[in-house]
Design a protein around this ligand. Structure first.
Ligand code: KG4
Ligand code: ZN
Length: 393
Protein backbone atom coordinates (compact mmCIF):
# COMPACT_ATOMS: atom_id res chain seq x y z
CA UNK A 1 0.00 0.00 0.00
CA UNK A 2 1.20 3.50 -0.82
CA UNK A 3 -0.10 6.27 1.37
CA UNK A 4 0.28 10.04 1.20
CA UNK A 5 0.09 11.61 4.66
CA UNK A 6 -0.46 15.21 5.67
CA UNK A 7 0.28 16.89 9.01
CA UNK A 8 -0.67 20.49 9.91
CA UNK A 9 -1.70 20.40 13.57
CA UNK A 10 0.72 23.01 14.86
CA UNK A 11 3.72 24.81 13.38
CA UNK A 12 5.20 22.18 11.05
CA UNK A 13 3.73 21.44 7.63
CA UNK A 14 4.46 17.85 6.67
CA UNK A 15 3.69 15.69 3.64
CA UNK A 16 5.11 12.23 3.11
CA UNK A 17 4.66 9.24 0.87
CA UNK A 18 5.08 5.86 2.55
CA UNK A 19 5.03 2.38 1.14
CA UNK A 20 3.92 -0.36 3.52
CA UNK A 21 3.99 -4.14 3.11
CA UNK A 22 2.38 -6.80 5.25
CA UNK A 23 -0.23 -6.30 7.94
CA UNK A 24 0.28 -3.56 10.51
CA UNK A 25 1.22 -5.24 13.81
CA UNK A 26 2.10 -8.59 12.19
CA UNK A 27 5.76 -9.71 12.05
CA UNK A 28 5.87 -9.25 8.27
CA UNK A 29 5.00 -5.54 8.45
CA UNK A 30 7.58 -3.26 6.83
CA UNK A 31 7.44 0.35 5.74
CA UNK A 32 9.57 2.63 3.63
CA UNK A 33 9.45 6.40 3.46
CA UNK A 34 9.57 7.17 -0.27
CA UNK A 35 9.28 10.92 0.05
CA UNK A 36 9.25 13.19 3.08
CA UNK A 37 8.77 16.96 2.97
CA UNK A 38 8.68 19.02 6.14
CA UNK A 39 8.62 22.78 6.59
CA UNK A 40 8.98 24.39 9.99
CA UNK A 41 7.24 27.70 10.62
CA UNK A 42 9.33 28.53 13.68
CA UNK A 43 10.86 31.65 12.14
CA UNK A 44 7.36 33.08 11.61
CA UNK A 45 6.35 32.50 15.23
CA UNK A 46 9.53 33.51 17.02
CA UNK A 47 8.47 37.18 17.36
CA UNK A 48 5.26 36.08 19.13
CA UNK A 49 7.14 33.80 21.54
CA UNK A 50 4.80 30.95 20.62
CA UNK A 51 2.60 29.65 17.83
CA UNK A 52 0.28 32.35 16.46
CA UNK A 53 -2.79 30.57 15.00
CA UNK A 54 -3.49 32.91 12.05
CA UNK A 55 0.12 32.80 10.97
CA UNK A 56 0.17 29.00 11.31
CA UNK A 57 -2.95 28.75 9.14
CA UNK A 58 -1.51 31.05 6.45
CA UNK A 59 1.83 29.27 6.32
CA UNK A 60 0.22 25.80 6.07
CA UNK A 61 -1.98 27.05 3.23
CA UNK A 62 1.06 28.32 1.36
CA UNK A 63 3.22 25.28 2.00
CA UNK A 64 0.91 22.34 1.44
CA UNK A 65 0.77 22.10 -2.37
CA UNK A 66 4.53 22.77 -2.82
CA UNK A 67 5.32 20.13 -0.19
CA UNK A 68 3.02 17.62 -1.91
CA UNK A 69 5.02 18.21 -5.07
CA UNK A 70 8.33 17.84 -3.20
CA UNK A 71 7.32 14.61 -1.42
CA UNK A 72 5.94 13.06 -4.62
CA UNK A 73 9.02 14.12 -6.59
CA UNK A 74 11.32 12.56 -4.00
CA UNK A 75 9.22 9.38 -4.24
CA UNK A 76 9.57 9.49 -8.08
CA UNK A 77 5.80 9.71 -8.24
CA UNK A 78 5.31 13.26 -9.47
CA UNK A 79 4.24 13.72 -13.07
CA UNK A 80 3.53 17.18 -14.42
CA UNK A 81 0.65 17.25 -16.89
CA UNK A 82 -3.03 17.89 -17.17
CA UNK A 83 -4.78 16.98 -13.94
CA UNK A 84 -8.11 15.33 -14.58
CA UNK A 85 -10.22 18.02 -12.97
CA UNK A 86 -13.62 17.94 -14.68
CA UNK A 87 -16.04 20.90 -14.42
CA UNK A 88 -18.14 18.91 -11.92
CA UNK A 89 -15.14 18.15 -9.84
CA UNK A 90 -14.05 21.77 -10.03
CA UNK A 91 -17.36 22.77 -8.43
CA UNK A 92 -16.82 20.22 -5.66
CA UNK A 93 -13.30 21.51 -5.08
CA UNK A 94 -14.55 25.07 -4.87
CA UNK A 95 -17.00 23.98 -2.17
CA UNK A 96 -14.31 22.19 -0.18
CA UNK A 97 -11.93 25.13 -0.44
CA UNK A 98 -14.67 27.73 -0.14
CA UNK A 99 -13.32 29.60 2.90
CA UNK A 100 -9.62 29.08 2.21
CA UNK A 101 -8.33 31.69 -0.25
CA UNK A 102 -4.62 30.83 -0.07
CA UNK A 103 -5.17 27.10 0.00
CA UNK A 104 -7.67 27.24 -2.88
CA UNK A 105 -5.26 29.05 -5.17
CA UNK A 106 -2.40 26.68 -4.35
CA UNK A 107 -4.39 23.44 -4.48
CA UNK A 108 -6.28 24.23 -7.69
CA UNK A 109 -3.05 25.13 -9.46
CA UNK A 110 -1.43 21.91 -8.19
CA UNK A 111 -4.36 19.70 -9.15
CA UNK A 112 -4.65 21.27 -12.62
CA UNK A 113 -1.02 20.63 -13.42
CA UNK A 114 -0.35 17.27 -11.76
CA UNK A 115 -1.21 13.83 -13.06
CA UNK A 116 -2.87 11.84 -10.23
CA UNK A 117 -0.14 9.84 -8.47
CA UNK A 118 -0.17 6.08 -7.92
CA UNK A 119 -1.13 6.18 -4.27
CA UNK A 120 -3.80 4.06 -2.59
CA UNK A 121 -4.85 6.24 0.30
CA UNK A 122 -4.53 9.72 1.79
CA UNK A 123 -4.13 10.16 5.56
CA UNK A 124 -4.52 13.45 7.38
CA UNK A 125 -4.29 14.67 10.97
CA UNK A 126 -7.77 15.73 12.11
CA UNK A 127 -6.81 16.50 15.72
CA UNK A 128 -5.84 17.34 18.34
CA UNK A 129 -4.14 20.60 17.50
CA UNK A 130 -4.79 24.19 16.52
CA UNK A 131 -8.09 24.13 14.70
CA UNK A 132 -7.34 26.76 12.02
CA UNK A 133 -4.08 24.94 11.28
CA UNK A 134 -5.70 21.50 11.21
CA UNK A 135 -8.37 22.68 8.78
CA UNK A 136 -5.73 23.48 6.17
CA UNK A 137 -4.51 19.89 6.10
CA UNK A 138 -8.03 18.49 6.30
CA UNK A 139 -9.31 20.56 3.38
CA UNK A 140 -6.19 19.95 1.30
CA UNK A 141 -6.65 16.21 1.88
CA UNK A 142 -10.35 16.39 1.01
CA UNK A 143 -9.53 18.25 -2.22
CA UNK A 144 -6.79 15.76 -3.15
CA UNK A 145 -9.00 12.76 -2.37
CA UNK A 146 -11.80 14.24 -4.47
CA UNK A 147 -9.63 15.10 -7.47
CA UNK A 148 -7.67 11.85 -7.41
CA UNK A 149 -10.54 9.54 -6.35
CA UNK A 150 -8.69 8.19 -3.34
CA UNK A 151 -10.02 7.04 0.03
CA UNK A 152 -9.27 9.21 3.04
CA UNK A 153 -8.20 8.24 6.56
CA UNK A 154 -8.51 10.51 9.62
CA UNK A 155 -5.53 10.30 11.96
CA UNK A 156 -5.15 11.28 15.60
CA UNK A 157 -1.91 13.23 15.99
CA UNK A 158 -1.06 11.62 19.35
CA UNK A 159 -1.53 8.12 17.96
CA UNK A 160 1.02 9.16 15.34
CA UNK A 161 3.55 10.18 18.00
CA UNK A 162 3.00 6.86 19.78
CA UNK A 163 3.27 4.66 16.69
CA UNK A 164 6.35 6.37 15.35
CA UNK A 165 8.11 6.00 18.71
CA UNK A 166 7.27 2.28 18.59
CA UNK A 167 9.20 1.74 15.34
CA UNK A 168 12.80 0.76 14.65
CA UNK A 169 14.14 1.53 11.17
CA UNK A 170 11.57 0.03 8.78
CA UNK A 171 9.39 -1.99 11.16
CA UNK A 172 7.43 -1.93 14.42
CA UNK A 173 9.64 -2.79 17.37
CA UNK A 174 8.94 -6.29 18.61
CA UNK A 175 7.30 -5.44 21.92
CA UNK A 176 4.57 -7.19 23.87
CA UNK A 177 1.27 -5.66 24.93
CA UNK A 178 0.20 -4.12 27.15
CA UNK A 179 2.60 -1.20 26.98
CA UNK A 180 2.67 2.15 28.71
CA UNK A 181 3.02 5.22 26.55
CA UNK A 182 4.00 8.63 27.84
CA UNK A 183 3.00 11.26 25.30
CA UNK A 184 4.69 14.57 25.97
CA UNK A 185 4.33 17.48 23.59
CA UNK A 186 3.54 21.15 23.29
CA UNK A 187 -0.11 20.47 24.05
CA UNK A 188 -0.15 17.14 25.92
CA UNK A 189 1.14 15.20 28.85
CA UNK A 190 -0.69 11.87 28.83
CA UNK A 191 0.04 8.49 30.40
CA UNK A 192 -1.76 5.80 28.45
CA UNK A 193 -2.09 2.04 28.80
CA UNK A 194 -1.87 0.53 25.32
CA UNK A 195 -3.71 -2.79 25.24
CA UNK A 196 -3.12 -3.42 21.56
CA UNK A 197 -2.56 -1.35 18.42
CA UNK A 198 -5.47 1.07 18.43
CA UNK A 199 -6.67 0.14 21.94
CA UNK A 200 -5.88 2.81 24.48
CA UNK A 201 -6.87 3.57 28.04
CA UNK A 202 -6.01 7.00 29.36
CA UNK A 203 -4.47 6.61 32.83
CA UNK A 204 -3.76 10.25 33.49
CA UNK A 205 -3.08 13.61 31.92
CA UNK A 206 -2.09 17.14 32.80
CA UNK A 207 -4.65 19.14 34.71
CA UNK A 208 -3.30 22.44 33.41
CA UNK A 209 -0.24 23.15 31.24
CA UNK A 210 1.23 20.55 28.91
CA UNK A 211 4.85 19.69 29.58
CA UNK A 212 6.17 21.24 26.34
CA UNK A 213 4.13 24.35 27.08
CA UNK A 214 5.78 24.52 30.53
CA UNK A 215 9.24 24.21 28.95
CA UNK A 216 8.32 26.97 26.47
CA UNK A 217 6.92 29.29 29.18
CA UNK A 218 9.89 28.84 31.48
CA UNK A 219 12.16 29.52 28.51
CA UNK A 220 10.34 32.80 27.98
CA UNK A 221 10.87 33.69 31.67
CA UNK A 222 14.57 33.05 31.07
CA UNK A 223 14.48 35.24 27.94
CA UNK A 224 15.25 32.28 25.66
CA UNK A 225 13.69 32.03 22.17
CA UNK A 226 10.79 29.81 21.09
CA UNK A 227 10.61 26.81 21.11
CA UNK A 228 12.06 26.73 24.59
CA UNK A 229 12.40 23.00 25.22
CA UNK A 230 15.74 22.50 23.49
CA UNK A 231 17.10 25.78 24.95
CA UNK A 232 16.25 24.83 28.55
CA UNK A 233 17.69 21.39 28.00
CA UNK A 234 20.96 22.78 26.65
CA UNK A 235 21.44 25.12 29.63
CA UNK A 236 20.44 22.41 32.10
CA UNK A 237 23.03 20.03 30.65
CA UNK A 238 25.74 22.70 30.96
CA UNK A 239 24.76 23.26 34.58
CA UNK A 240 24.93 19.52 35.36
CA UNK A 241 28.45 19.39 33.91
CA UNK A 242 29.48 22.08 36.37
CA UNK A 243 28.40 20.27 39.52
CA UNK A 244 25.60 19.90 42.08
CA UNK A 245 22.23 21.62 41.73
CA UNK A 246 22.10 25.06 43.33
CA UNK A 247 18.32 25.46 43.16
CA UNK A 248 15.59 22.90 43.86
CA UNK A 249 12.02 23.31 42.67
CA UNK A 250 8.91 21.44 43.89
CA UNK A 251 7.70 18.27 42.13
CA UNK A 252 3.93 18.84 41.76
CA UNK A 253 1.66 15.82 42.38
CA UNK A 254 4.61 13.43 42.49
CA UNK A 255 3.34 11.54 45.53
CA UNK A 256 -0.35 11.62 44.64
CA UNK A 257 -1.87 8.25 43.99
CA UNK A 258 -2.98 8.99 40.42
CA UNK A 259 -1.42 9.44 36.99
CA UNK A 260 -2.30 13.08 36.52
CA UNK A 261 0.21 15.89 36.18
CA UNK A 262 0.25 19.61 36.92
CA UNK A 263 2.89 21.99 35.63
CA UNK A 264 1.30 25.42 36.12
CA UNK A 265 2.44 25.56 39.78
CA UNK A 266 5.98 24.60 38.82
CA UNK A 267 6.03 27.43 36.30
CA UNK A 268 4.81 29.88 38.98
CA UNK A 269 7.49 28.71 41.42
CA UNK A 270 10.07 29.11 38.66
CA UNK A 271 8.83 32.65 38.01
CA UNK A 272 9.26 33.53 41.71
CA UNK A 273 12.84 32.30 41.62
CA UNK A 274 13.52 34.22 38.39
CA UNK A 275 12.17 37.43 39.92
CA UNK A 276 14.00 37.05 43.21
CA UNK A 277 17.46 37.92 41.86
CA UNK A 278 19.01 39.49 38.73
CA UNK A 279 19.00 37.06 35.81
CA UNK A 280 22.66 36.41 35.04
CA UNK A 281 23.76 33.77 32.52
CA UNK A 282 24.86 31.56 35.38
CA UNK A 283 21.53 31.88 37.12
CA UNK A 284 19.69 31.01 33.90
CA UNK A 285 21.61 27.73 33.85
CA UNK A 286 20.77 26.97 37.51
CA UNK A 287 17.08 27.69 36.94
CA UNK A 288 16.86 25.75 33.67
CA UNK A 289 18.41 22.76 35.41
CA UNK A 290 16.15 23.07 38.47
CA UNK A 291 13.08 23.17 36.22
CA UNK A 292 14.18 20.24 34.07
CA UNK A 293 15.13 18.18 37.14
CA UNK A 294 11.71 18.73 38.71
CA UNK A 295 9.70 18.16 35.51
CA UNK A 296 11.61 15.01 34.54
CA UNK A 297 11.44 13.61 38.07
CA UNK A 298 7.64 13.86 38.03
CA UNK A 299 7.34 12.36 34.53
CA UNK A 300 9.65 9.45 35.30
CA UNK A 301 8.22 8.73 38.76
CA UNK A 302 4.65 8.51 37.48
CA UNK A 303 5.68 6.45 34.45
CA UNK A 304 7.56 3.98 36.67
CA UNK A 305 4.54 3.64 38.91
CA UNK A 306 2.33 2.88 35.88
CA UNK A 307 4.87 0.32 34.63
CA UNK A 308 4.87 -1.48 37.97
CA UNK A 309 1.13 -1.35 38.54
CA UNK A 310 0.33 -2.71 35.09
CA UNK A 311 3.30 -5.10 34.90
CA UNK A 312 4.30 -3.96 31.42
CA UNK A 313 7.60 -4.75 29.71
CA UNK A 314 7.70 -1.78 27.36
CA UNK A 315 7.43 1.99 27.73
CA UNK A 316 7.02 4.12 24.61
CA UNK A 317 7.77 7.84 24.88
CA UNK A 318 6.45 10.05 22.09
CA UNK A 319 5.79 13.73 21.31
CA UNK A 320 8.16 16.65 20.80
CA UNK A 321 9.46 16.61 24.39
CA UNK A 322 10.71 13.03 23.83
CA UNK A 323 13.62 14.74 22.05
CA UNK A 324 14.80 15.73 25.53
CA UNK A 325 17.96 13.76 26.22
CA UNK A 326 17.72 14.10 30.00
CA UNK A 327 14.33 12.38 30.16
CA UNK A 328 15.73 9.58 28.02
CA UNK A 329 18.73 9.03 30.30
CA UNK A 330 16.73 9.35 33.51
CA UNK A 331 13.90 7.05 32.42
CA UNK A 332 16.33 4.37 31.27
CA UNK A 333 18.47 4.69 34.42
CA UNK A 334 15.52 4.43 36.78
CA UNK A 335 13.83 1.61 34.83
CA UNK A 336 17.08 -0.37 35.00
CA UNK A 337 17.34 0.22 38.74
CA UNK A 338 13.75 -0.60 39.60
CA UNK A 339 12.37 -2.94 36.95
CA UNK A 340 15.35 -4.36 35.04
CA UNK A 341 14.45 -5.76 31.63
CA UNK A 342 11.71 -3.23 30.92
CA UNK A 343 12.62 -1.37 27.75
CA UNK A 344 12.01 2.26 26.84
CA UNK A 345 11.42 3.20 23.22
CA UNK A 346 11.94 6.71 21.88
CA UNK A 347 11.49 8.05 18.34
CA UNK A 348 14.58 8.89 16.28
CA UNK A 349 15.57 12.47 17.14
CA UNK A 350 14.86 13.65 13.60
CA UNK A 351 11.21 12.59 13.95
CA UNK A 352 10.51 13.35 17.62
CA UNK A 353 8.74 16.60 16.80
CA UNK A 354 5.83 16.86 14.38
CA UNK A 355 6.17 15.35 10.91
CA UNK A 356 4.07 13.48 8.36
CA UNK A 357 5.77 10.07 8.66
CA UNK A 358 4.15 9.66 12.08
CA UNK A 359 0.77 10.30 10.45
CA UNK A 360 1.34 7.77 7.69
CA UNK A 361 1.70 4.91 10.22
CA UNK A 362 -1.77 5.18 11.82
CA UNK A 363 -2.97 5.94 8.29
CA UNK A 364 -1.80 2.51 7.10
CA UNK A 365 -3.14 0.82 10.26
CA UNK A 366 -6.60 2.33 9.85
CA UNK A 367 -6.73 1.94 6.06
CA UNK A 368 -5.97 -1.78 6.42
CA UNK A 369 -8.89 -2.05 8.81
CA UNK A 370 -11.13 -0.27 6.30
CA UNK A 371 -11.59 2.64 8.68
CA UNK A 372 -12.11 5.34 6.04
CA UNK A 373 -13.48 8.84 6.53
CA UNK A 374 -16.27 10.49 4.61
CA UNK A 375 -14.80 13.19 2.35
CA UNK A 376 -17.96 15.27 2.60
CA UNK A 377 -18.09 15.49 6.38
CA UNK A 378 -14.47 15.12 7.48
CA UNK A 379 -13.53 17.94 9.84
CA UNK A 380 -10.85 19.16 12.23
CA UNK A 381 -11.19 18.55 15.97
CA UNK A 382 -8.95 20.88 17.96
CA UNK A 383 -9.56 19.13 21.26
CA UNK A 384 -9.93 15.60 20.04
CA UNK A 385 -8.66 13.45 22.89
CA UNK A 386 -6.85 10.26 22.10
CA UNK A 387 -8.85 8.11 24.49
CA UNK A 388 -12.18 9.42 23.21
CA UNK A 389 -11.24 9.37 19.58
CA UNK A 390 -9.61 5.99 19.75
CA UNK A 391 -11.88 4.52 22.37
CA UNK A 392 -11.93 1.04 20.90
CA UNK A 393 -11.65 -0.61 24.27
O1 KG4 B 1 5.02 17.24 19.31
P1 KG4 B 1 5.49 18.62 19.03
O2 KG4 B 1 6.45 18.84 17.90
O3 KG4 B 1 4.27 19.57 18.77
C1 KG4 B 1 3.05 19.35 19.41
O4 KG4 B 1 2.33 18.41 19.00
O5 KG4 B 1 2.82 20.08 20.40
O6 KG4 B 1 6.12 19.18 20.39
C2 KG4 B 1 6.64 20.48 20.48
C3 KG4 B 1 7.13 20.72 21.90
C4 KG4 B 1 7.52 22.16 22.18
O7 KG4 B 1 6.89 22.59 23.36
C5 KG4 B 1 9.04 22.08 22.36
O8 KG4 B 1 9.56 23.07 23.25
C6 KG4 B 1 9.19 20.70 22.92
O9 KG4 B 1 8.29 19.92 22.17
N1 KG4 B 1 10.56 20.18 22.75
C7 KG4 B 1 11.38 19.89 23.79
C8 KG4 B 1 12.61 19.48 23.23
N2 KG4 B 1 12.49 19.52 21.87
C9 KG4 B 1 11.22 19.94 21.60
N3 KG4 B 1 11.18 19.96 25.11
C10 KG4 B 1 12.18 19.61 25.93
N4 KG4 B 1 13.39 19.22 25.48
C11 KG4 B 1 13.65 19.13 24.15
N5 KG4 B 1 14.85 18.74 23.72
ZN1 ZN C 1 3.03 16.71 18.19
Amino acid sequence: MRILAIETSCDETGVCVMEAEGTFGAPDFRFKVLGDALLSQIKHHIEYGGVFPDVAKREHARALAPLMKTALTEAHMYTAGAGLVTPDMHTQLLQILDREDDLRTQMLAFLDTTVPAEIDTIAVTTGPGLEPALWQGVNAARALATAWHKPLVAVNHMEGHFMLAATTDDHLTDASFPMITLLISGAHCDLILVKDWGMYELLGQTRDDAIGEAFDKVARLLELPYPGGPQISRLAALDRERGEAVITLPRPMIHQDNYDFSFAGLKTETRKIVQSEPLTEERKMHIARAFEDAAVDVLVTKTLRAVEEHGVQTVVVGGGVSANSYIKTELKRRLDAKVPGVIALFPPLSRATDNAVMIALPGVFRAQKGDFADIGTLRAYGNKRMHGYLGVI
